[in-house]
Design a protein around this ligand. Sequence first.
Ligand SMILES: [Fe+2]
Ligand SMILES: [Fe+2]
Length: 462
Amino acid sequence: MWYDLPGMNAHRRFALLLGWIACLSLAHAQVMPRQVRLSFGDSPTNSIRIMWQTDQATDTLVEYGETPALGSIAYGQQVTYSLQTGILHEATLTNLQPDTLYYYRVGDPQNGFSPIYTFRTAPVYPRPFLFTAFGDHGTRSVSRQNTQNVINLNPDFHLHLGDLSYANGVQTVWDTYLDQVEPLTRQIPMMITLGNHEWEDEVGIGYEAAIARFAMPGENTYNVNYMFDYGNVRFIAFNSDWYQRANSVVRNEMQQWLQNRLAEARANPCVRWLIVFQHHPLFGSVARRGYNQFLIDRLQPLFDQYKVDLVLQGHDHIYERTYPLRNSTPVSTATGEYLQGEGTIYITCGGGGVGLYTFGTMPPTTAYRESTYCYLVISLQPGGSLTVEARRVDNSLIEHFSILPTFNADLNRDGCVDDNDLLAVLFDFGATGNCMATDINGDGFVSDDDLLLVLFSFGGGC
Ligand SMILES: [Fe+2]
Ligand SMILES: [Fe+2]
């Protein structure tokens, strides 16, 4: 054995031993899972997707459970794309319990597991929740600071409004980015929409890298268009970048897809709020581009028709927010409080961490704007308001506003709030659950509050 070699003194033996240990730990490090990230599966109440990367081939295994003892396992599969920088792993956990904290780790027994992390599934019954959003992130120190802001808040999930890593063809930048955001993504599901910087034309791979590295719910419809429900809110992710690049046939199909999703949402009594997120703003006033009339002409009629509550956007590296709009016109010029349904509010928070833009002339649609790094904190109370706080990267408040819910006590939609509606509420009084028609305010209970809403509007419209 090497330690018996003649002429090898104690010092050399010790040095050799250290080298051997270093080699072992290096081999181990090369296969340790990194860039661990979460997104919701097809139903956030019972499924989650987990992605990670290793530098060399390993199995794709998740151990998980409701305690740190874990106890359940799920196998996933590798994902590939032409310029990948490592082995990409992806696994989906299904049949989870709603509103439950899970512990998990990824890796395999031969090569090692990640530390144990946690995530929480979405609730079935309405409860208050909070999510964050920004776009245009990058890998600068201010980008890291914004990541930390989200981690500090510990939201139920984070929406990324596109332009993630700014790899622009250099695939190792994805590794830098995904390592950097891992403290967020390993514990907070991150739901993305694709921006123009995800289209890596520089190396001829289009969206390949982003699609391979981020698994979102459903099929890969028109390059990452999808929807998910959280509580009584429906979120629709729309790839505004592909919508503008695609030919007119595909664009029309995407338009129809979006219209169908919006119509479904508004026909579903469980959906009380409707939020679209996409990379490109419709309305904006940065000096370099201003309004996107192409998107205004095509998307605004849909957002108006289906009374989308909020459209969240990136792309312009600033904070800018419109008044509630219909047909490009403010329907209220209040500053702090609006009524649900009166208009669609468009928020651009593309100040996620890359270089800021300057503004041109302020248009009448803009309620507030500031060239600053930003993140959005959006909270919902079942049966109550949707509240938006826009914050600078140093956590100071840019502005905040609320949308007050409007309720329809005409339960049978016969144009009259009368005995029939009153009886329906009384009949269900005390019931609990999700999406009951008689739970008029959507707080999960048929109670005094719903009864009062009927009594207040009694006779209305008759
Ligand atoms: Fe950007
Ligand atoms: Fe962009």
